[in-house]
Design a protein around this ligand. Structure first.
Ligand SMILES: [Zn+2]
Length: 321
């Protein structure tokens, strides 16, 4: 009789043969920098991750560094919105302040999208007039995104993370960075991003819920595997250095195929709805939060994720990672 239970009998024995585990340096902590607020604003289901003004965000980052976090994904949320011609001054100032204070103690990845800047909350700009009025203006969208990326990188961002899913945006960003002498700045692309119900708490946090329609015209349909893999392949061809699936939980079957198709590191985003499901279950006494979080992380690693964006990154050291 085979006896696999011999190696499962106690924690030290299980640790000895454990295969799948992230290191702390592979977990990214999201941060929300919000212009024009005076105090932290909690976000439903996201625990200690709040919408923060700059001074309190800097304190939070200091505490996170103490807690062992080294990788951050910043979402800048400006106070004023518009239609086009964006000047991301607030984001640039925030990035500059963070890097001035903490320098090379951290890597600062900056989410690069238009939905926190547009008055309508979509990830692109629309034709204002002419035959295509009301339709997405892809060329103008790519130009706006490229300009954001250039500004963020020039302000000190360690990496650019485009999350919009507009065709051709990685190529546009890569060429804008290279043209501005920012050829060393890597791109972590949200390369396989599905249209999903699990982004709820985030949209509240980033002030980015679309005012009309939805994002199904540019995000991937959850039913489609081929489109999902192709999307990451295109990002890799256009110059993305790191790829990502989002939402992590519902894309777990795609991590390895994307890695095999591209040879690139593939990460996952444990999105706000996934994370909130753990905090809300714990609040109801239905799971142990720490155990559940560790279980999900182990599964992402087992599935081949090279890195993970998670609202729980700041708990990793406490949890023994
Ligand atoms: Zn967006």
């Amino acid at each position: 009789m085979k006896r696999p239970m011999r190696l499962r009998q106690n924690r030290l024995m299980r640790d000895l043969v454990a295969e799948a585990r992230f290191t702390r340096g592979q977990l990214l902590q999201p941060l929300f920098a919000v212009e024009g607020i005076a105090a932290d604003q909690p976000i439903t289901g996201l625990g200690e991750t709040a919408r923060q003004p700059l001074d309190s965000l800097l304190k939070r980052i200091g505490a996170d560094l103490e807690a062992g976090v080294t990788q951050f994904l910043l979402f800048p949320v400006p106070g004023t919105k518009g239609e086009s011609g964006f000047r991301p001054d607030f984001a640039a100032k925030t990035i500059g302040e963070i890097k001035k204070r903490f320098g090379s103690d951290l890597l600062l990845w900056v989410d690069t999208c238009l939905c926190s800047l547009t008055s309508h909350g979509h990830c692109g700009v629309f034709h204002a007039k002419g035959a295509h009025a009301g339709q997405l203006d892809l060329e103008a969208t790519r130009a706006e995104l490229a300009n954001l990326a250039k500004t963020y990188a020039a302000a000190g961002a360690d990496g650019i993370s485009p999350s919009d899913m507009m065709d051709g945006r990685v190529a546009a960003i890569r060429s804008a960075l290279d043209g501005a002498g920012l050829g060393e700045t890597p791109i972590m692309s949200y390369s396989t991003k599905f249209s999903s119900c699990f982004y709820g708490p985030f949209r509240e946090a980033a002030d980015s819920a679309p005012k009309f329609g939805d994002r199904k015209a540019y995000q991937i349909d959850a039913r489609n595997r081929t489109d999902a893999i192709e999307s990451s392949v295109r990002c890799a061809e256009e110059g993305a250095d790191l790829l990502m699936v989002k939402p992590g939980m519902t894309s777990i079957d795609l991590i390895l195929p994307i890695h095999e198709a591209t040879g690139k590191p593939v990460g996952a985003y444990q999105v706000s709805g996934e994370y909130a499901s753990l905090t809300l279950l714990a609040e109801k006494g239905l799971v142990s939060f720490d155990d559940a979080l560790l279980e999900t992380w182990a599964v992402f690693k087992r599935a081949g994720a090279q890195y993970l964006i998670t609202y729980g990154a700041r708990h990793a050291k406490r949890l023994g990672l």
